[in-house]
Design a protein around this ligand. Structure first.
Ligand SMILES: Cc1cc2nc3c(=O)[nH]c(=O)nc-3n(C[C@H](O)[C@H](O)[C@H](O)COP(=O)(O)O)c2cc1C
Length: 189
């Protein structure tokens, strides 16, 4: 399994990091081999052209992450909701790593999806209540990750753990969330 930490702050210490740690802990206790990718700690440029996407060289700093994703049977992607969707650094990481050839390939005759068969859990923290994100805002950012990126590459099923009103959460509530993540990690599939 690979856990992709999408929080943009390389200093760590946020709820996203505690949730990812708990997931890793639960998974390791259950016997899973866990690889961690901390996107904020990787120095890589923005992808700027279709040509680079299709035929450019993957930045060296991203090679271990791409290898880990290729080898994993399960992906856990953790991020804070920023402007309704993934933080830009996580989107930039996915644009770089999920290149044609590695994540999918298409020509007039065939559509290949080499990552097909991997499952995923998407973990999102947010300031607003989860119900508001889902029902008022339509959770479009989440759906875009699930359908247009992961689903497009054949990754699924995608399970979701959304945590709302995180800034107002009591210590007890955070502890319950962390315990839930430990259990999800232990039962990851
Ligand atoms: C740039 C920025 C944009 C944000 N946009 C949203 C948003 O669209 N909706 C929301 O509910 N919370 C939003 N938030 C609040 C974050 O989701 C919240 O601070 C984060 O989930 C806390 O998790 P953390 O402790 O792991 O950083 C935003 C925060 C920042 C810094």
């Amino acid at each position: 399994m690979v856990i992709i930490q999408g929080h943009p702050d390389p200093a760590g210490g946020h709820l996203c990091h505690a949730l990812a740690d708990a997931y890793a802990h639960g998974a390791e206790q259950a016997g899973h081999a866990v690889t961690r990718v901390d996107v904020a700690a990787l120095a890589f440029p923005l992808l700027r052209t279709k040509q680079d996407f299709e035929t450019g060289r993957l930045p060296d700093a991203l090679r271990p992450a791409q290898v880990a994703i290729g080898a994993a049977d399960h992906l856990c992607i953790v991020y804070p909701l920023w402007l309704g969707t993934l933080p830009a650094i996580l989107k930039a990481f996915l644009e770089q790593v999920f290149r044609p050839g590695f994540a999918f390939s298409m020509n007039a005759r065939a559509w290949r999806r080499p990552l097909k068969g991997k499952s995923a859990r998407i973990v999102v923290t947010m300031g607003m209540p989860v119900l508001i994100y889902r029902w008022y805002f339509g959770a479009h950012g989440l759906k875009s990750l699930e359908r247009s990126i992961l689903g497009f590459c054949g990754i699924g099923p995608c399970r979701e753990s959304l945590f709302g009103m995180v800034e107002a959460a009591s210590a007890g509530k955070r502890a319950r969330w962390i315990e839930a993540m430990r259990k999800f990690g232990a039962a990851a599939r």
